[in-house]
Write a protein that binds this ligand. Structure first.
Ligand SMILES: Cc1ncc(COP(=O)(O)O)c(C=O)c1O
Length: 430
């Protein structure tokens, strides 16, 4: 179904994009519909999708069980604000699966989840400072943007905010440490021990794997100084394993943020974690200096909860994370094989569920090493893949779904071979 549109998209939507991502000229596709691993554009192109709605669509597009759950709930009503019977079922599922989750507070997007996780930590500890890591992305709110620079602006002094409109006072409430450097995090934390409310970390930062012992080290550091450990599992939740990165790495945080998969492609996210912390929001009208006020018109929306629950149930029934890892591993091996045949130096970083090809063989483990690792070639590779009808965010990791079958992977690897050839011919790789 298409709607009549009387304006050019960029006349009515700033930059012609919903978020901050821009596609190269000619590839700003308008998507008509999606099914499984494919998208159909309004211009009739068929694309293989490795962006997957920026991550939520792990079952592929329009999975029959998710569609049925949405239809069933839509017929019962889409929004009540009062309690419904679907979101508590989803909360129970989260409590069963996610190690740190004793309770769940629903919000509508991942940024709200990290924002409120920080508020919970500050309220619980009575402290102000939050430590985050250089290059981490926790959404686009003021605290999260501090110290974050969009990819293309890496030469901006890194402690600025990557957005105008953020008060400089935010800098007095945040600390930024290098990722994967426990010693640096420890000395910064110890120097601020009395006022450090929390450490927030993406357990796999973008596609950078944590060094062995790093997450456990952050856990011990937080315990030592009485700070809250927050895992931002918006990307990793239900994907790295059913219990997320905390289950995969065996380190349990106090709180975690969940997003993307938890809403099954509809707007829903959550803060999950320790009961004694989350209960602070259980009676927001209490004036005891500790109660946390959180409210949102759509929080716990039944339609989104139905989509999330259906998605997670399929992942449980089908051992989804293992399937995703197998598919991602095949894709990684396909990329490596192309590079080998073309004598291109390539390493594929990240967990198997979202491989990220890097055209440089030097070790990549934090933001500076990532930014120094031939980003130009990675971006050109992405642009070339777009030319072969592979849909992705240029220069980013590849999300896979359980519907990316061998045919799809073969087509992708043929495209990757041509794309790498073009990158080599452009003189961008050694
Ligand atoms: C690790 C992480 N945290 C938080 C967010 C923000 O989530 P949302 O875009 O739903 O606000 C993202 C978004 O990609 C993310 O990758």
């Amino acid at each position: 179904m298409t709607s009549a549109q009387s304006h050019k998209i960029s006349d009515v939507i700033p930059g012609g994009t919903f978020g901050a991502t821009k596609w190269p000229e000619g590839y700003n596709h308008v998507i008509d519909h999606g099914k499984g691993p494919r998208l159909w554009t309004t211009e009739g192109k068929v694309l293989i999708d490795y962006l997957l709605g920026s991550g939520p669509m792990v079952l592929g597009h329009a999975h029959p069980k998710v569609v049925a759950a949405i239809q069933e709930q839509a017929a019962r009503g889409t929004q009540f604000y009062g309690m419904n019977d679907v979101a508590p079922a989803l909360a129970s599922r989260i409590v069963e699966l996610v190690p740190c989750a004793e309770q769940v507070k629903f919000v509508s997007d991942g940024a709200s989840a990290t924002f409120y996780a920080m508020r919970f930590a500050r309220a619980f500890t009575g402290r102000t400072l939050i430590m985050k890591f250089d290059g981490a992305y926790h959404g686009s709110h003021d605290y999260a943007m501090y110290g974050f620079q969009p990819d293309h602006r890496s030469n901006v002094p890194k402690l600025n905010s990557g957005s105008a409109g953020i008060p400089s006072e935010i800098s007095k409430t945040m600390l930024v440490a290098p990722y994967n450097d426990l010693e640096a995090a420890t000395s910064l934390a110890m120097a601020n021990a009395d006022n450090l409310a929390a450490i927030i970390v993406e357990p796999v930062q973008r596609s950078l794997m944590p060094k062995p012992g790093y997450l456990a080290g952050l856990r011990a550091l937080c315990d030592r100084i009485g700070a809250i450990l927050i895992f931002d599992e918006v990307v990793t939740g239900f994907r790295l394993s059913l219990g997320g990165a905390q289950q995969a790495f065996g380190v349990t945080p106090d709180l975690c943020s969940l997003g993307k998969i938890v809403g099954g492609g509809l707007p829903l996210a959550a803060v999950a974690g320790r009961r004694d912390i989350l209960e602070l929001s259980g009676n927001a009208s209490k004036d005891d200096g500790k109660s946390v006020f959180i409210d949102g018109t759509l929080s716990g929306n039944p339609l989104a909860a139905a989509a999330g629950l259906a998605t997670i149930n399929v992942l449980v029934e089908e051992d989804g994370p293992a399937k995703l890892a197998k598919i991602g591993t095949k894709l990684k091996q396909g990329f490596e094989d192309c590079a080998k045949r073309l004598s291109i130096g390539l390493q594929v970083i990240g967990p198997p569920v979202f491989p990220d090809p890097i055209f440089d063989l030097k070790p990549v483990y934090d933001q500076p090493t990532y930014m120094a690792a031939n980003r130009g070639a990675a971006r050109q590779f992405g642009t070339e893949m777009l030319k072969h009808d592979i849909f992705l965010r240029v220069g980013a990791k590849f999300y896979v779904s359980i519907t990316h079958d061998d045919d799809v992977l073969d087509t992708t690897c043929k495209a990757a071979y041509s794309a790498m050839q073009a990158v080599r011919d452009a003189g961008l790789v050694k």
